[in-house]
Design a protein around this ligand. Structure first.
Ligand SMILES: O=C1O[C@H](COP(=O)(O)O)[C@@H](O)[C@H](O)[C@H]1O
Length: 247
């Protein structure tokens, strides 16, 4: 059994404070990785929560030519579709960022989802020659149903999944059904992971993962090699003394 990562949970008073702190956290994790290696890898999340974080991260003082961007999951729509996780990152982080095009590794969304999943898995295999270690930092979100990336409770994602990337059909409550997602072992071979969670709708899922250790929820099984951070706002986790960077 691998050692458990250290875990910390920080609650911020506002979405803005959460986003600012998350950008600073990602910057520091990547900078530390770059002190030890030539390049570093960040896995990006989609959905609505990371939008402000990406806008802040776009101003981070990092040697971007040494930073590689991957996606933890993607909706199977064209990259310029408003629902695409690539489009979100293009509008926010990538809009004015001086990063070489070769450092940006979107999931393909042409052909069949199964073929696209195999193509991205082969790409990850080439990018991470040392298969014991994938991303230096995996950014993750949490759905109100406890899904993370596009790993849904109904699919019972496996911590021992032999595949690195899967094509999945999201449950009916989700608007974009066809998805690609990295699997739990890929996230769990990351050095660090950061969950970013905002909003009252997530309160139950946060409680189920952090307080009840609910094994039916994919997010409960995220266990990177070194450190797991949870950044929440008070709407997702009510706290009287939440951090407020805006004061
Ligand atoms: O569908 C997705 O949902 C999760 C959570 O998104 P949010 O809108 O609640 O922030 C996200 O992490 C994932 O990347 C995305 O594809």
């Amino acid at each position: 059994m691998p050692d458990s990562p250290s875990v910390d949970v920080t609650v911020f008073s506002t979405y803005e404070a959460l986003s600012q702190a998350a950008a600073a956290h990602v910057q520091s994790v990547l900078a530390r990785a770059l002190n030890e290696q030539d390049r570093c890898a960040l896995a990006l999340a989609g959905g609505s929560t990371p939008r402000r974080l990406y806008e802040h991260l776009a101003h981070a003082d990092l040697p971007w030519e040494r930073v590689h961007l991957f996606w933890g999951d993607e909706r199977f729509v064209p990259h310029d579709d408003p629902k695409s996780n690539v489009q979100l990152v293009r509008e926010t982080l990538l809009a004015d960022l001086a990063i070489p095009a070769d450092n940006v590794h979107p999931m393909p969304t042409a052909g069949t989802p199964e073929a696209a999943a195999s193509t991205y898995a082969a790409h990850l295999q080439r990018q991470f020659a040392d298969q014991a270690h994938t991303f230096d930092c995996a950014l993750l979100g949490l759905g109100s149903d406890g899904h993370t990336a596009s790993l849904f409770p109904e699919h019972n994602p496996l911590t021992t999944d032999p595949k690195q990337v899967r094509a999945v059909t999201a449950p009916a409550r989700h608007d974009v059904k066809q998805r690609l997602t990295c699997t739990l072992p890929v996230f769990n071979r990351s050095r660090q992971a950061l969950f970013l969670v905002s909003g009252e709708a997530k309160r139950g899922a946060v409680r189920a993962v952090l307080d009840e250790n609910d094994a039916s929820l994919p997010a409960t099984h995220i266990s990177p090699r070194e450190h797991l951070a949870w950044f929440l706002d008070t709407s997702a986790r009510p706290q009287p003394n939440a951090h407020d960077l805006d004061r």
